[in-house]
Ligand binder design. Structure first.
Ligand code: FES
Length: 140
């Protein structure tokens, strides 16, 4: 049985197959969402857990709930949207340079979320942080 015959036998046309195979072709949220930050953010990280231990070190960071949480070289906690405002690529935190960086096209943002390198032209969404014992709360 050739391809056309096989598709006919299972009730599909080549056009249907094309639509299905391209369903994932569009720029998408594979890295966690839109180029805008999530709204209604309110979660807590337990810094006593091994999985969050990177935040005990100045310059450490992690991503959780589509938010990038970092500890600055000065020891304060900051949080911004995880995805770049250009094309939704996951950002990294570069503590020694005191900025967030996108490895996709090179955009950079200050610790306060302001664009300092294009092609991104929109600032990051910034979230509040508060610490109580080992509980680090991140919220809108
Ligand atoms: S996706 Fe970040 S600079 Fe393009």
């Amino acid at each position: 049985m050739d391809r056309k015959g096989f598709l006919a036998a299972i009730g599909m046309s080549a056009a249907t197959l094309t639509v299905i195979s391209c369903a994932g072709c569009a720029k998408s949220s594979s890295s966690g969402g839109a180029t805008t930050g999530p709204t209604g953010v309110d979660f807590t990280l337990d810094l006593s857990l091994a999985g969050n231990a990177t935040l005990l070190n100045n310059g450490g960071y992690l991503a959780s709930n589509n938010v990038l949480v970092a500890r600055t070289t000065a020891g304060t906690y900051i949080a911004v949207q995880q995805s770049c405002t250009h094309e939704n690529y996951p950002l990294v935190y570069q503590g020694n340079s005191r900025h967030f960086y996108c490895n996709n096209h090179g955009s950079a943002f200050t610790e306060a979320g302001a664009v300092i390198n294009s092609p991104a032209n929109r600032n990051l969404t910034v979230y509040n942080t508060s610490i109580s014992g080992s509980a680090l709360r991140i919220y809108s």
